[in-house]
Design a protein around this ligand. Structure first.
Ligand SMILES: [Zn+2]
Length: 346
Protein backbone atom coordinates (compact mmCIF):
# COMPACT_ATOMS: atom_id res chain seq x y z
CA UNK A 1 0.00 0.00 0.00
CA UNK A 2 1.12 3.52 -0.65
CA UNK A 3 3.06 4.86 2.33
CA UNK A 4 1.55 8.33 2.20
CA UNK A 5 -1.88 6.75 2.18
CA UNK A 6 -1.11 4.72 5.36
CA UNK A 7 0.43 7.76 7.08
CA UNK A 8 -2.58 9.86 6.07
CA UNK A 9 -5.03 7.31 7.41
CA UNK A 10 -3.11 6.95 10.70
CA UNK A 11 -3.04 10.71 11.17
CA UNK A 12 -6.76 10.81 10.48
CA UNK A 13 -7.59 7.96 12.90
CA UNK A 14 -5.41 9.51 15.64
CA UNK A 15 -6.91 12.92 15.12
CA UNK A 16 -10.51 11.66 15.12
CA UNK A 17 -9.82 9.69 18.36
CA UNK A 18 -8.64 12.82 20.17
CA UNK A 19 -11.39 15.18 19.00
CA UNK A 20 -14.99 15.64 19.89
CA UNK A 21 -15.90 17.42 16.64
CA UNK A 22 -15.29 15.73 13.31
CA UNK A 23 -12.80 17.80 11.36
CA UNK A 24 -13.03 18.51 7.67
CA UNK A 25 -10.03 16.83 6.11
CA UNK A 26 -8.78 17.98 2.81
CA UNK A 27 -8.73 15.30 0.15
CA UNK A 28 -5.79 17.00 -1.44
CA UNK A 29 -3.75 16.05 1.63
CA UNK A 30 -4.29 12.42 0.67
CA UNK A 31 -2.61 10.76 -2.27
CA UNK A 32 -4.62 11.77 -5.36
CA UNK A 33 -3.95 8.53 -7.17
CA UNK A 34 -5.80 6.59 -4.46
CA UNK A 35 -9.06 8.44 -5.02
CA UNK A 36 -11.34 6.08 -6.89
CA UNK A 37 -13.31 8.77 -8.71
CA UNK A 38 -10.12 10.37 -10.07
CA UNK A 39 -8.84 7.02 -11.31
CA UNK A 40 -12.16 6.28 -13.04
CA UNK A 41 -12.16 9.70 -14.67
CA UNK A 42 -8.62 9.25 -15.91
CA UNK A 43 -9.30 5.84 -17.47
CA UNK A 44 -12.81 6.67 -18.78
CA UNK A 45 -14.39 4.03 -16.57
CA UNK A 46 -18.04 4.69 -15.67
CA UNK A 47 -18.97 4.69 -12.04
CA UNK A 48 -22.22 4.01 -10.17
CA UNK A 49 -22.66 4.14 -6.41
CA UNK A 50 -25.38 2.31 -4.50
CA UNK A 51 -25.27 3.99 -1.08
CA UNK A 52 -27.71 1.55 0.47
CA UNK A 53 -25.82 -1.60 -0.46
CA UNK A 54 -22.44 0.22 -0.22
CA UNK A 55 -21.60 -1.24 -3.61
CA UNK A 56 -19.77 0.60 -6.38
CA UNK A 57 -20.17 -0.71 -9.91
CA UNK A 58 -17.52 0.22 -12.44
CA UNK A 59 -18.14 -0.38 -16.12
CA UNK A 60 -15.99 -0.21 -19.21
CA UNK A 61 -17.66 -1.24 -22.42
CA UNK A 62 -19.25 -4.67 -21.77
CA UNK A 63 -17.26 -5.37 -18.61
CA UNK A 64 -18.23 -4.71 -15.01
CA UNK A 65 -16.43 -4.64 -11.67
CA UNK A 66 -18.29 -4.72 -8.35
CA UNK A 67 -16.62 -3.18 -5.28
CA UNK A 68 -17.88 -3.36 -1.72
CA UNK A 69 -16.86 -0.55 0.62
CA UNK A 70 -14.87 -2.00 3.55
CA UNK A 71 -13.90 -5.10 1.55
CA UNK A 72 -10.66 -6.02 -0.20
CA UNK A 73 -12.48 -8.28 -2.69
CA UNK A 74 -13.45 -7.05 -6.16
CA UNK A 75 -15.50 -9.02 -8.68
CA UNK A 76 -14.55 -8.35 -12.29
CA UNK A 77 -17.19 -9.97 -14.49
CA UNK A 78 -17.07 -13.35 -12.68
CA UNK A 79 -13.46 -13.24 -11.56
CA UNK A 80 -12.59 -12.60 -7.89
CA UNK A 81 -9.65 -10.27 -7.23
CA UNK A 82 -8.17 -9.64 -3.77
CA UNK A 83 -6.60 -6.23 -3.13
CA UNK A 84 -3.79 -5.51 -0.68
CA UNK A 85 -6.19 -3.45 1.51
CA UNK A 86 -9.93 -2.78 1.73
CA UNK A 87 -11.69 0.01 -0.15
CA UNK A 88 -12.49 2.78 2.30
CA UNK A 89 -14.73 5.79 2.47
CA UNK A 90 -12.89 8.77 3.97
CA UNK A 91 -15.25 11.74 4.39
CA UNK A 92 -17.38 10.25 1.58
CA UNK A 93 -14.34 10.04 -0.67
CA UNK A 94 -13.70 6.48 -1.86
CA UNK A 95 -10.09 5.50 -1.37
CA UNK A 96 -8.46 2.45 -2.94
CA UNK A 97 -5.08 0.79 -2.30
CA UNK A 98 -2.13 1.28 -4.64
CA UNK A 99 -2.54 -2.08 -6.40
CA UNK A 100 -6.10 -1.17 -7.48
CA UNK A 101 -4.98 0.19 -10.82
CA UNK A 102 -2.97 -2.87 -11.90
CA UNK A 103 -5.39 -5.43 -10.47
CA UNK A 104 -8.73 -3.85 -11.37
CA UNK A 105 -8.48 -0.98 -13.86
CA UNK A 106 -6.00 -2.69 -16.20
CA UNK A 107 -8.13 -5.88 -16.25
CA UNK A 108 -11.31 -3.91 -16.84
CA UNK A 109 -9.97 -1.66 -19.57
CA UNK A 110 -7.85 -4.23 -21.42
CA UNK A 111 -10.33 -7.12 -21.44
CA UNK A 112 -9.66 -8.33 -24.97
CA UNK A 113 -13.04 -9.75 -26.01
CA UNK A 114 -16.33 -7.98 -26.56
CA UNK A 115 -19.58 -9.58 -25.49
CA UNK A 116 -20.54 -9.54 -29.15
CA UNK A 117 -17.97 -12.29 -29.86
CA UNK A 118 -20.58 -15.02 -30.22
CA UNK A 119 -22.57 -13.08 -32.83
CA UNK A 120 -22.38 -14.84 -36.21
CA UNK A 121 -20.88 -12.63 -38.87
CA UNK A 122 -20.27 -12.82 -42.58
CA UNK A 123 -17.49 -10.34 -42.19
CA UNK A 124 -14.15 -11.98 -42.95
CA UNK A 125 -11.83 -9.21 -44.10
CA UNK A 126 -11.91 -5.48 -43.36
CA UNK A 127 -9.62 -2.79 -44.78
CA UNK A 128 -8.63 -0.34 -42.05
CA UNK A 129 -7.29 2.90 -43.49
CA UNK A 130 -5.30 5.08 -41.10
CA UNK A 131 -5.69 8.55 -42.65
CA UNK A 132 -2.64 10.62 -43.74
CA UNK A 133 0.95 9.53 -42.88
CA UNK A 134 4.56 10.35 -43.76
CA UNK A 135 4.87 13.85 -45.29
CA UNK A 136 1.14 14.42 -44.71
CA UNK A 137 0.52 14.90 -40.97
CA UNK A 138 -3.19 15.72 -41.30
CA UNK A 139 -4.62 18.00 -38.63
CA UNK A 140 -2.27 19.23 -35.90
CA UNK A 141 -3.43 20.00 -32.36
CA UNK A 142 -2.29 23.01 -30.39
CA UNK A 143 0.05 20.85 -28.30
CA UNK A 144 1.64 19.52 -31.51
CA UNK A 145 -0.07 16.14 -31.66
CA UNK A 146 -0.43 15.02 -35.29
CA UNK A 147 -3.53 13.41 -36.73
CA UNK A 148 -1.52 10.78 -38.62
CA UNK A 149 -0.21 9.40 -35.29
CA UNK A 150 -3.65 9.28 -33.69
CA UNK A 151 -5.18 7.58 -36.77
CA UNK A 152 -2.48 4.90 -36.96
CA UNK A 153 -2.62 4.13 -33.26
CA UNK A 154 -6.41 3.65 -33.35
CA UNK A 155 -6.15 1.60 -36.57
CA UNK A 156 -3.65 -0.77 -34.92
CA UNK A 157 -5.92 -1.17 -31.90
CA UNK A 158 -8.90 -1.90 -34.16
CA UNK A 159 -6.83 -4.51 -36.01
CA UNK A 160 -5.82 -6.26 -32.82
CA UNK A 161 -9.36 -6.35 -31.38
CA UNK A 162 -10.86 -7.55 -34.70
CA UNK A 163 -8.23 -10.31 -34.88
CA UNK A 164 -9.58 -11.63 -31.58
CA UNK A 165 -12.96 -11.95 -33.31
CA UNK A 166 -11.56 -13.84 -36.30
CA UNK A 167 -11.89 -10.86 -38.63
CA UNK A 168 -8.77 -10.29 -40.73
CA UNK A 169 -7.62 -6.71 -41.18
CA UNK A 170 -5.70 -5.32 -44.13
CA UNK A 171 -4.06 -2.02 -43.22
CA UNK A 172 -3.52 0.54 -45.98
CA UNK A 173 -0.53 1.60 -43.89
CA UNK A 174 0.98 0.12 -40.73
CA UNK A 175 3.74 2.67 -40.23
CA UNK A 176 4.35 6.38 -40.63
CA UNK A 177 4.48 6.49 -44.42
CA UNK A 178 2.76 8.44 -47.18
CA UNK A 179 0.19 6.42 -49.13
CA UNK A 180 -1.73 8.18 -51.89
CA UNK A 181 -5.52 8.18 -51.88
CA UNK A 182 -5.38 6.25 -55.19
CA UNK A 183 -3.26 3.52 -53.61
CA UNK A 184 -5.60 3.26 -50.63
CA UNK A 185 -8.56 2.46 -52.88
CA UNK A 186 -6.46 0.06 -54.96
CA UNK A 187 -5.48 -1.86 -51.84
CA UNK A 188 -9.20 -2.29 -51.12
CA UNK A 189 -9.94 -3.43 -54.67
CA UNK A 190 -7.09 -5.94 -54.79
CA UNK A 191 -8.16 -7.48 -51.47
CA UNK A 192 -11.16 -9.68 -50.84
CA UNK A 193 -12.39 -7.29 -48.15
CA UNK A 194 -16.06 -6.83 -47.32
CA UNK A 195 -15.75 -3.38 -45.79
CA UNK A 196 -13.47 -0.32 -45.90
CA UNK A 197 -13.14 1.86 -42.79
CA UNK A 198 -11.07 5.03 -42.89
CA UNK A 199 -9.99 6.58 -39.58
CA UNK A 200 -9.41 10.32 -39.23
CA UNK A 201 -9.34 13.04 -36.58
CA UNK A 202 -11.14 16.27 -37.33
CA UNK A 203 -10.17 19.96 -37.43
CA UNK A 204 -12.17 23.18 -37.42
CA UNK A 205 -11.49 26.89 -37.16
CA UNK A 206 -14.16 26.92 -34.42
CA UNK A 207 -12.20 25.61 -31.46
CA UNK A 208 -15.35 24.96 -29.48
CA UNK A 209 -16.56 22.38 -32.02
CA UNK A 210 -16.29 18.78 -30.80
CA UNK A 211 -17.87 15.38 -31.40
CA UNK A 212 -17.91 12.45 -33.73
CA UNK A 213 -19.04 12.27 -37.34
CA UNK A 214 -19.14 9.44 -39.84
CA UNK A 215 -19.16 9.83 -43.60
CA UNK A 216 -20.33 7.64 -46.43
CA UNK A 217 -20.19 8.45 -50.11
CA UNK A 218 -22.74 10.61 -51.84
CA UNK A 219 -24.48 8.82 -54.67
CA UNK A 220 -22.31 9.00 -57.75
CA UNK A 221 -23.16 10.85 -60.93
CA UNK A 222 -22.08 9.79 -64.44
CA UNK A 223 -18.67 11.53 -64.17
CA UNK A 224 -17.95 9.94 -60.77
CA UNK A 225 -18.81 6.49 -62.06
CA UNK A 226 -16.40 6.91 -64.96
CA UNK A 227 -13.56 8.42 -62.91
CA UNK A 228 -10.21 6.97 -63.98
CA UNK A 229 -9.40 5.54 -60.54
CA UNK A 230 -12.78 3.90 -60.25
CA UNK A 231 -12.41 2.18 -63.64
CA UNK A 232 -8.93 1.02 -62.63
CA UNK A 233 -10.33 -0.36 -59.37
CA UNK A 234 -13.01 -2.21 -61.30
CA UNK A 235 -10.31 -3.92 -63.37
CA UNK A 236 -8.36 -4.75 -60.17
CA UNK A 237 -11.41 -6.27 -58.59
CA UNK A 238 -12.32 -8.24 -61.68
CA UNK A 239 -8.80 -9.66 -61.93
CA UNK A 240 -8.79 -10.96 -58.39
CA UNK A 241 -12.16 -12.69 -58.76
CA UNK A 242 -11.64 -15.94 -60.67
CA UNK A 243 -15.28 -16.56 -61.57
CA UNK A 244 -16.35 -13.71 -63.81
CA UNK A 245 -18.01 -14.06 -67.20
CA UNK A 246 -15.99 -12.58 -70.03
CA UNK A 247 -18.78 -10.25 -71.10
CA UNK A 248 -18.78 -6.41 -70.88
CA UNK A 249 -22.55 -6.36 -70.30
CA UNK A 250 -22.13 -8.73 -67.35
CA UNK A 251 -19.45 -6.35 -66.00
CA UNK A 252 -21.93 -3.48 -65.95
CA UNK A 253 -24.59 -5.56 -64.25
CA UNK A 254 -22.22 -6.87 -61.57
CA UNK A 255 -20.79 -3.43 -60.86
CA UNK A 256 -24.28 -1.93 -60.74
CA UNK A 257 -25.21 -4.57 -58.18
CA UNK A 258 -22.09 -3.79 -56.17
CA UNK A 259 -22.97 -0.08 -56.27
CA UNK A 260 -26.55 -0.74 -55.22
CA UNK A 261 -25.28 -2.84 -52.32
CA UNK A 262 -22.86 -0.08 -51.33
CA UNK A 263 -25.41 2.73 -51.29
CA UNK A 264 -27.99 0.55 -49.58
CA UNK A 265 -25.73 -0.41 -46.70
CA UNK A 266 -23.45 2.61 -46.19
CA UNK A 267 -26.11 5.20 -45.53
CA UNK A 268 -27.69 3.46 -42.52
CA UNK A 269 -24.32 2.11 -41.39
CA UNK A 270 -22.79 5.62 -41.15
CA UNK A 271 -25.78 6.76 -39.07
CA UNK A 272 -25.50 3.71 -36.81
CA UNK A 273 -21.77 4.10 -36.24
CA UNK A 274 -22.16 7.81 -35.42
CA UNK A 275 -24.93 7.11 -32.96
CA UNK A 276 -23.47 4.08 -31.25
CA UNK A 277 -19.88 5.39 -31.00
CA UNK A 278 -20.82 8.87 -29.78
CA UNK A 279 -23.10 7.31 -27.19
CA UNK A 280 -20.35 4.96 -26.04
CA UNK A 281 -17.68 7.71 -25.98
CA UNK A 282 -20.11 10.14 -24.33
CA UNK A 283 -19.35 12.73 -26.95
CA UNK A 284 -21.56 14.75 -29.27
CA UNK A 285 -23.08 12.91 -32.23
CA UNK A 286 -22.48 15.13 -35.25
CA UNK A 287 -24.23 12.49 -37.30
CA UNK A 288 -23.83 10.32 -40.34
CA UNK A 289 -23.01 12.50 -43.37
CA UNK A 290 -22.59 12.13 -47.10
CA UNK A 291 -19.56 13.48 -48.93
CA UNK A 292 -17.56 13.08 -52.14
CA UNK A 293 -14.35 11.99 -50.39
CA UNK A 294 -11.97 10.22 -52.76
CA UNK A 295 -11.60 7.03 -50.72
CA UNK A 296 -15.36 6.76 -50.32
CA UNK A 297 -16.41 7.28 -53.93
CA UNK A 298 -13.63 5.20 -55.48
CA UNK A 299 -13.91 2.08 -53.32
CA UNK A 300 -16.27 -0.52 -54.76
CA UNK A 301 -17.08 -2.18 -51.45
CA UNK A 302 -19.11 -0.50 -48.65
CA UNK A 303 -16.94 2.24 -47.15
CA UNK A 304 -17.17 4.72 -44.30
CA UNK A 305 -14.86 7.41 -42.93
CA UNK A 306 -14.93 8.04 -39.17
CA UNK A 307 -13.83 11.41 -37.78
CA UNK A 308 -13.13 10.35 -34.18
CA UNK A 309 -12.88 13.82 -32.64
CA UNK A 310 -11.51 17.34 -33.14
CA UNK A 311 -7.81 17.95 -32.59
CA UNK A 312 -8.65 21.66 -32.65
CA UNK A 313 -10.85 21.31 -29.57
CA UNK A 314 -8.62 21.49 -26.45
CA UNK A 315 -10.66 18.93 -24.50
CA UNK A 316 -10.84 16.40 -27.34
CA UNK A 317 -7.17 16.90 -28.14
CA UNK A 318 -6.36 16.09 -24.51
CA UNK A 319 -8.58 12.98 -24.66
CA UNK A 320 -7.18 11.80 -28.00
CA UNK A 321 -3.67 11.99 -26.54
CA UNK A 322 -4.56 9.36 -23.92
CA UNK A 323 -4.16 5.70 -24.86
CA UNK A 324 -7.29 4.84 -22.89
CA UNK A 325 -9.51 7.08 -24.96
CA UNK A 326 -8.00 5.74 -28.18
CA UNK A 327 -8.59 2.21 -26.89
CA UNK A 328 -12.17 3.15 -26.15
CA UNK A 329 -12.60 4.52 -29.68
CA UNK A 330 -11.20 1.26 -31.06
CA UNK A 331 -13.62 -0.81 -28.96
CA UNK A 332 -16.57 1.33 -30.05
CA UNK A 333 -15.60 1.07 -33.70
CA UNK A 334 -15.05 -2.71 -33.55
CA UNK A 335 -18.42 -3.15 -31.92
CA UNK A 336 -20.07 -1.25 -34.78
CA UNK A 337 -18.11 -3.22 -37.39
CA UNK A 338 -19.13 -6.55 -35.82
CA UNK A 339 -22.75 -5.40 -35.67
CA UNK A 340 -22.55 -4.54 -39.36
CA UNK A 341 -21.30 -8.09 -40.02
CA UNK A 342 -24.17 -9.48 -38.00
CA UNK A 343 -26.72 -7.46 -40.01
CA UNK A 344 -25.25 -8.85 -43.25
CA UNK A 345 -25.70 -12.33 -41.79
CA UNK A 346 -29.36 -11.88 -40.87
ZN1 LIG B 1 -7.87 13.50 -41.80
Amino acid sequence: MNRRYIVGLWLLVGWLAGCTTVPKISVTSLEQENILKDICLRFHVDWQWDSLAQVITLSFHDHRAALLVGSDVVLIDKEKIVLSAPIQSVNSVMMVPADFRSKVIDRLVYQPKLAIASVPTLLKIVVIDAGHGGKDPGAIGKTGVQEKQINLDIARRVKSILAQHQVKVIMTRDKDEFISLQDRTEIASRSKADLFVSIHANASSARSLFGLEVYCSKELDYTDRHEEQRLLNRREMKDRLAIWPNDPYADDIIFDLLDANKWGTCDPFADQVAESMSDYLKTKNLGGKRARFFVLRNTLIPAILVEVGFLTNPKEERLLKTSHYRQKIAYGLVKSILMYGKQQYE
